[in-house]
Design a binder for this molecule. Structure first.
Ligand code: ATP
Length: 306
């Protein structure tokens, strides 16, 4: 009994960790049926995603009945376009991502992909069509190759290497003691945050989904890592419908549309240029960010000189 109980309990904890932090184990769901809160509709068929157009129609949602976290959220992401979500902490950005992956069902309104309400299709097919690059990627205690291969189990070695190249991590892997066979994770070689995110990108490139959800790392990265990540992100978003919880200017500037969230509502929308011109919430956020940056570069130059 104890042997059975421990792993089940572990999965329970793990499932909640997935919901909360978006641990990128899309396929873990097969193991987690018991824990699912969202249930497939009777007779639900697979989603058919061809172009990957995403629509949120008047979506209202709360984790707890007494408090709505999203209020009447409406937006479109045309096939192949990129939408960036920005806004203060707690404004509902990650919730939008979680709802699209159907960790929870919306209260009112609908989320529609290529004309199909995601409530009416199987979760398994939905999650197969969507790639996720989370902020913190958890690696398996296994080889680096296994960790990339996980994106598509029938991939060949050539596919794996090509994905690693696309994610700008191939050269780095070649410097590891056993190359692609190097053990990584808690018990193996520890990778940096930027490296882990590139592994997640390689995995997603291998999976080749039509829709990509991306939670950009907030942590400060050095310039070279930043450049590697940007290149990799560019690869993974190219020709795919992309929704990004964005923290970096370079990402936001390249987005087709920026949605500014505040307390669960979209308060401004437009391109970076348009929003700067409006001198509203977004323009203010921007000003503040620039000031912080100046302060921190002053601090770092002080550090260097002492
Ligand atoms: P951040 O930039 O800090 O990640 P966010 O804009 O992504 O913030 P969300 O994570 O979407 O914000 O959270 C929106 C609101 O929902 C917050 O007030 C948060 O406390 C609440 N919330 C998030 N997850 C849960 C949960 N599992 N149960 C209850 N409330 C939650």
């Amino acid at each position: 009994i104890i042997q059975l109980y421990v792993p089940l309990n572990w999965f329970g904890t793990y499932y909640r960790a997935i919901q909360k932090n978006f641990v990128d184990m899309e396929n873990m769901f097969d193991l987690l049926r018991e824990e699912q809160e969202v249930i497939d509709a009777p007779g639900a068929g697979p989603i058919i995603v061809k172009r990957g157009a995403v629509q949120f129609n008047n979506v209202t949602f709360g984790y707890l009945p007494e408090r709505n976290v999203l209020k009447n959220v409406t937006f479109d992401v045309p096939a192949g376009k990129t939408v960036a979500l920005v806004g203060p902490s707690g404004s509902g950005k990650s919730t939008i991502i979680r709802l699209l992956f159907r960790f929870y069902d919306v209260e009112t309104g609908s989320i529609v992909i290529d004309g199909q309400n995601i409530k009416t299709v199987t979760q398994e097919s939905l999650r197969r069509s969507i790639g996720v690059v989370p902020q913190d990627t958890v690696l398996f205690n296994n080889s680096i190759k296994y960790n990339i291969n996980y994106g598509r189990l029938d991939a060949t070695d050539v596919d794996i290497i090509n994905s690693a190249r696309g994610a700008d991590i191939h050269e780095r892997i070649l410097t590891f003691p056993d190359g692609y066979d190097t053990e990584v994770g808690e018990r193996g070689l520890r990778l940096s945050g930027g490296e882990k995110q590139r592994v997640a990108i390689a995995r997603t490139l291998l999976k080749a989904p039509t829709i990509v959800l991306l939670d950009e790392a907030t942590s400060a990265l050095d310039t070279q890592t930043e450049r590697n990540i940007q290149g990799a992100l560019h690869q993974v978003c190219a020709n795919r419908t992309t929704i990004i919880v964005a923290h970096r200017l370079s990402t936001i500037v390249h987005a087709d549309e920026v949605l500014v969230l505040k307390e669960g509502e979209i308060v401004e929308r437009g391109t970076h240029e348009q929003l700067i011109g409006q001198e509203g919430v977004y323009a203010n956020m921007w000003k503040q960010q620039l000031e912080n940056k100046e302060n921190s570069s002053v601090e770092s130059s002080i550090e260097k000189s002492t």
